[in-house]
Design a protein around this ligand. Sequence first.
Ligand code: B12
Ligand code: SF4
Length: 458
Amino acid sequence: MRLYLINPSNPLVSIIKVKESRWNRYRVWKPLNLMVLAGLTSPEWEISIIDENLGVPDYSTMPRPDIVGITAFTSQANRAYEIATHFRNLGVPVVMGGIHATMCLDEVMARVDSVVTGEAESVWPQVLEDARKGSIKRLYEGGIADLSTVPSARHDLLPPTYAFGAIQTSRGCPLNCSFCSVTAFNGSLYRHRPIEHVVREFQLIREKLVLVVDDNLIGTRSDHIARAKDLFRAMMKANIQKEWVTQVTINFADDEELLVLAAKAGCRGVFIGFESPTPEGLIEIGKKFNLMKGRDFRESVQRIQRHNILVVGSFIIGLDIDEPGIGARIAEAASQYGVDSLNVLFLTPLPGTSLWEQMKLENCIALDSFPEDWRYYTLTYPVARYKRLSLDGVIREMLTCSRNFYSLTGILRREFSNLWHRRQPLINLVASLSYRSNIRVDCKAYAHFNHQHCDRFI
Ligand code: B12
Ligand code: SF4
């Protein structure tokens, strides 16, 4: 029995355009979801994981599979439907799962044979068993998984092309920020995998560099932090010898022992959502814990960096309170906080979030011809009518922000500081050059986008 697991490409996402910037190799990540599904699959299945981000194969020249499983973020949905149509025309049953299938069930149901909603651990073996018998059901509801049942992902099934391996240690988030789908999809309970499973899986990863995909590795409570410390101690004890990056909240900076252990366990970089440079912005999107009284962001960032851990700061443009000048303001705030890299995204209503409900109610969603328009839901295109910024205006703010932060003087200043403090100057330089070269790519893409869609934003 032959199973294809496919991660569709999204040609509009600049991070996958490896040919346009060779630094982008460091920004193409493994589809961990498909590797986990493969880990849940029994040995009688011959599995191929196809990541179209490495190149779209000619499926017609490949052996006919018995079933195809497709994953998709919202931005990949259109390509997912094209792949589904190809295989359904051959009479091969197609199953789709993941975040988009869960949030847009009716749309997906109409285009594939079977849908798996939620986390798949409890239902995937049954899907395959039904497929083997030729009696696949239209819907399987996975819900929220018991994380002790998450198998080691099949790290051996993808080529050694990627710069980073991938692993997950926890799921769920109680914070429910208005723009984020994690709480809606993975639930508000912070759950974690048994530490020994995580350590064992780390040892299966070939790559020296690893992305720990958790949304917030340290959780929100003191018992979560205690668990993170135990995990780091276990990783040290097992001598896993990996360098890894992950996502955390700024609270990471508040516990010196946590920072020491993380660094000793191999942590080399963290991605932190600052989201807005103003308290009003943070209140608007519900990111209240960034408002902790007396928090000095610069001091917090420096405390993390002192442990040789790079900090990537993420911000959003397009909030109701954002006015012309917000791009420069974000670049200035990011420089003032002292982050090593800056990642700025357009406020985007993703299906299933409270932002989606609100923007729909206020009739602010400009690109709403679905499924075609999903390809723009990459957070790198404006898809909504923003309160105080026109389409031209919001794009201008985005470009100003990137140009200011990634100016040559800005890069050199940060590089000099990293060299001085011996904080991974090479990784930081690669990231900065990658971001800088993407400005050119983005500029072209925005001009084309504006030309095609400006009338829909009026
Ligand atoms: C790692 C990650 C990335 C990596 C992706 C690596 C990859 N190729 O998978 C990178 C950095 C590239 C990335 C990029 C983006 N991401 Co991202 N990312 C994540 C993150 C943090 C973890 C995903 C993960 O690996 N989880 C671990 C696996 C095991 O869980 P899972 O994917 O949910 O899979 C389980 C189930 O969903 C299900 N399942 C999944 N697929 C399938 C398929 C079948 C057939 C079946 C049966 C089941 C099934 O089974 C799995 C096991 O239970 C999630 C947040 C999250 N917690 O999910 C955001 C998340 C998926 N990303 C998101 C977004 C918006 C993006 C971007 C569009 C924008 C951006 N700049 O961040 C880009 C888009 C890239 C693109 N190609 O279009 C959103 C997606 C929302 C949506 N509706 O689409 C999320 C949910 C975060 C959020 N803020 O809401 N991302
Ligand atoms: S943005 Fe981060 S903190 Fe907010 S709900 Fe999503 S995962 Fe949780």
